[in-house]
Design a protein around this ligand. Structure first.
Ligand code: SF4
Ligand code: SF4
Ligand code: SF4
Ligand code: FES
Length: 469
């Protein structure tokens, strides 16, 4: 441990830490654009300048290692004056269009401008024009006028995703971010740079002009795209801003999905499939219980399912790898001992999808295969198993190999089938329940309910409780 003084306060820092890192860890705020804890130090924005006793010039705190007895001032008059000068420089050609910028409300430049910006520019020159709404990829737009050339996005593609698909070209006020000319930007982690950008230069096409961020609130959830089970924030409209004029669809909508930092599982990143989680969850839902393809009430469907279960001589259950640990436990307690339990992977990698890499993406495209195996062992579904009834739990299953067996199906999404299930019961999605998954490393990750489930949709745990009673 190294002792130093920051603003006359004695703080302890670790060997090798920078002044900025030590200050932030002790709750002392020093503004920063280009510094990011998971990227290399670039030291190019200069907003983090501090005064070091005994040194003639102000120093960038993100690139200054702590030494014993060091004395730092972060809010002296000359430091504040330097920050104001840096802000003048950074905003010299900045368009100042917060009124139409998606980043407004979560933009560092906007926040620092409130603290250190001058009301007027000292420049008399007209602002430099650069390309706006430039295609970085089918997913991301670049507004070069808003870019402050901090290089966070460039370092991300070099140091984290490894695609090396971005760079800064030209010099002086012609400098701008560019993608590789020779290939489309197909980095499977590319959407991370949207949040990483400290300003509104990188824009998500999906979220473009969808909502002001202050009308939204993040709910902690888990991505179901693979067995990594990354933590995510699911952004829904804040309940105080549910407006009648917007209608049910806009009030009950996931506006975007972003990473939730989780050091144990995914660090600060997720892959693009995680950013698209709301599209996966937004597919056409099953909302109506059915008996043999005809509309039924929940009570009628449950009572028919109970009759089929009672009459079955050799019942089996095909357990979903999208079920939560809590639902699996409820199933085991109520029905598990009465039937042979098989496991399955509800989803496989789709064409063109990255199957596996050494960053986050895992080959198993389901969140809770580990939880299923831990509870029921590894008994994969076999076609010739000779059961007269199959309780199918989960989506994306074909009844054909089940032959003449009766089918009770609990599913969340519509799917084409050659024949109707004998009983079909709609169940909630991950966004409509709370619970946990166990990832491929055996780490448990919890998710929270984002929305109430629709009226006739059931919680799987409640269905098992009623069938087992
Ligand atoms: S990047 Fe920030 S400061 Fe610039 S227009 Fe957008 S919100 Fe305003
Ligand atoms: S686009 Fe954003 S992250 Fe990339 S260099 Fe410009 S300001 Fe930095
Ligand atoms: S790595 Fe897997 S769990 Fe993580 S965001 Fe991507 S698909 Fe989702
Ligand atoms: S944060 Fe230190 S120079 Fe940018």
């Amino acid at each position: 441990m190294i002792e130093l003084k920051i603003d006359n306060r004695t703080v302890e820092a670790n060997e090798g830490e920078t002044v900025l890192q030590a200050a932030l860890r002790h709750g002392i705020e020093i503004p920063h654009f280009c510094y990011h804890p998971c990227l290399s130090i670039a030291g190019n924005c200069r907003i983090c300048l501090v005064k070091v006793t005994g040194r003639p010039k102000l120093m960038p705190s993100c690139n200054l290692a702590v030494t014993p007895g060091m004395e730092i001032e972060t809010d002296s008059d000359d430091v504040i004056a330097a920050r104001q000068a840096v802000m003048q420089f950074i905003t010299l050609n900045h368009p100042g269009e917060c009124g139409i910028c998606d980043k407004a409300g979560e933009c560092r430049l906007q926040d620092y401008h409130v603290r250190y910006g001058e009301p007027e520019s000292i420049s008399l020159e007209p602002k430099n024009k650069k390309p706006k709404f430039y295609d970085i990829s089918p997913r991301i737009l670049l507004d070069s006028e808003r870019c402050i050339l901090c290089s966070r996005c460039v370092r991300f593609t070099k140091e984290v995703s490894g695609s090396h698909q971005l760079g800064i070209v030209e010099r002086g006020n012609h400098s701008r971010l560019e993608r590789l000319e020779s290939q489309p930007m197909d980095d499977p982690y590319s959407d991370n740079i949207i949040g990483l950008c400290p300003v509104g230069a990188l824009l998500s096409r999906d979220f473009l002009y969808q909502s002001r961020v202050w009308y939204l609130e993040p709910i902690r959830s888990v991505c179901t795209g693979c067995s990594r089970c990354c933590s995510v924030k699911v952004w829904r409209r804040n309940r105080h801003w549910h407006l009648r004029s917007l209608g049910e669809e806009m009030n009950r909508k996931v506006y975007r999905v972003t990473p939730q930092e989780n050091r144990e599982i995914n660090g600060p990143w997720i892959c693009n499939k995680g950013f698209d989680l709301h599209k996966f969850m937004g597919r056409k839902r099953l909302l109506q219980p059915m008996i043999g393809g005809s509309v039924a009430t929940v009570d009628e469907a449950l009572s028919e399912a109970k009759k089929l279960l009672a009459a079955a001589k050799s019942p089996a259950a095909l357990v979903s790898a999208h079920a939560s640990n809590e639902e699996l436990a409820a199933f085991k307690e109520t029905l598990g001992s009465r039937m042979t339990v098989y496991s399955r992977e509800d989803y496989k990698a789709e064409e063109g999808e990255v199957v596996e890499d050494n960053i986050l993406i895992r080959e198993n495209k389901n969140p809770n295969s580990h939880g299923v195996h831990a509870m029921f062992g590894d008994l994969p579904w076999s076609v010739d198993s000779g059961h007269d009834l199959v309780l199918v739990w989960g989506d994306n299953v074909d009844y054909t190999p089940m032959g003449n067996a009766k089918v009770i199906h609990l599913a969340s999404f519509e799917m084409p089938q050659e024949r109707h299930a004998d009983v079909l019961i709609p169940i909630s999605t991950t966004f409509e329940r709370s619970g946990s998954f166990t990832n491929f490393e055996g780490k448990v990750n919890r998710f929270t309910k984002v929305f109430d489930k629709p009226g006739l949709v059931q919680q799987a745990g409640d269905v098992f409780g009623r069938l087992g009673a």
